[in-house]
Design a protein. Structure first.
Length: 306
């Protein structure tokens, strides 16, 4: 037990330090009290934030994926305890995609190491990028221009897109009205997915931009408040495929992205270890670093970035 505890401390220290959250010593990051429900806790100078939506039947589900259904099996009155039966898609609501999602035989959830569920954040605010008229896919040049203003993407980062679509998450109605895309419900019938999240023009990443960030910045994956890193006009989901083909992960349908700073925070998002799973819902937790730790080092504009 003691050996495992030390391993966990040093893994956490390494990741938090990479994001600029760390103080001078490990003890400033992880405090061991010895007893109680918070015997060990990560110290986040800027506090912590839930980045996932509640899991319920009104949550967003990709069109044609199984609907979420939650039923009480037992209740405290009269059964003395409460148990729910949950029927859910492995890609419902806020969830993590891993390479197996698009690539046969690739790594699944049980193949990822613990440290691969913890990342320093680099947030890209779409409204701060000068896009051409009608442009929905960020290019490599867009990324480099953003870095010049906000600092260079750190190795191992989860690049999070803030597209400002949070308010559109969730189903307004699960009954049919004949006006929206169809989705399969748990009993095999169809219901209308009246989810505005899928009826918007949403920005995403180009294949070129994703390959640049993996090859030249060494990112670990991407995150977004939308339902994937794919722009609306990326109808073949090439952005998600490219992320997963690079061995990365996609953390999608994030809530509270406005709470993230550009590069002083860490996100932790372990998912249930579904055997050979292609993804699973998760509640990511953001650990916010103090503003004083923000690193705006733009790095060298080397020719090998081109």
């Amino acid at each position: 037990m003691r050996k495992k505890s030390f391993v966990g401390v040093f893994v956490a220290f390494a990741v938090l330090a990479a994001a600029g959250v760390a103080g001078a010593t490990v003890s400033e990051l992880i405090r061991i009290r010895g007893k109680g429900h918070d015997a060990a806790r990560v110290v986040c100078p800027g506090g912590m934030t839930n980045m996932g939506y509640e899991l319920n039947e009104q949550g967003s589900v990709f069109p044609f994926d199984p609907a979420t259904q939650i039923d009480d099996v037992y209740t405290v009155d009269p059964d003395f305890f409460e148990v729910e039966r949950v029927s859910i898609s492995s890609h419902a609501g806020t969830h993590l995609d891993v390479p197996r999602h698009f690539i046969e035989g690739a790594r699944g959830l049980t193949d990822l190491n613990p440290e691969e569920f913890v990342w320093p954040v680099y947030k890209i605010v779409i409204s701060e990028i000068d896009l051409d008229d009608g442009q929905l896919q960020l290019t490599k040049q867009n990324i480099r221009d953003y870095e010049r203003e906000n600092g260079r993407i750190k190795n191992g980062s989860l690049v999070v897109l803030d597209t400002s679509v949070n308010d559109e998450f969730g189903l307004d109605d699960v009954g049919p009205d004949g006006t929206h895309d169809m989705r399969v419900v748990a009993d095999g019938d169809f219901a209308d997915n009246v989810d505005d999240l899928f009826n918007l023009d949403v920005e995403g990443l180009s294949v070129e931009a994703i390959n640049f960030m993996f090859e030249k910045r060494g990112i670990a994956g991407v995150g977004t408040d939308a339902y994937g890193p794919d722009a609306t006009d990326d109808t073949d989901f090439l952005a998600t495929f490219t992320v997963l083909d690079n061995g990365g992960v996609a953390l999608v349908a994030l809530d509270n992205v406005e709470s993230l700073s550009v590069s002083s925070d860490v996100i932790m998002a372990p998912a249930v270890r579904l055997s050979e799973g292609s993804g699973f819902p998760t509640n990511p937790i953001a650990c916010h670093g103090a503003a004083a730790h923000y690193d705006n080092d733009q790095g060298d504009d080397d020719d090998d970035d081109d």
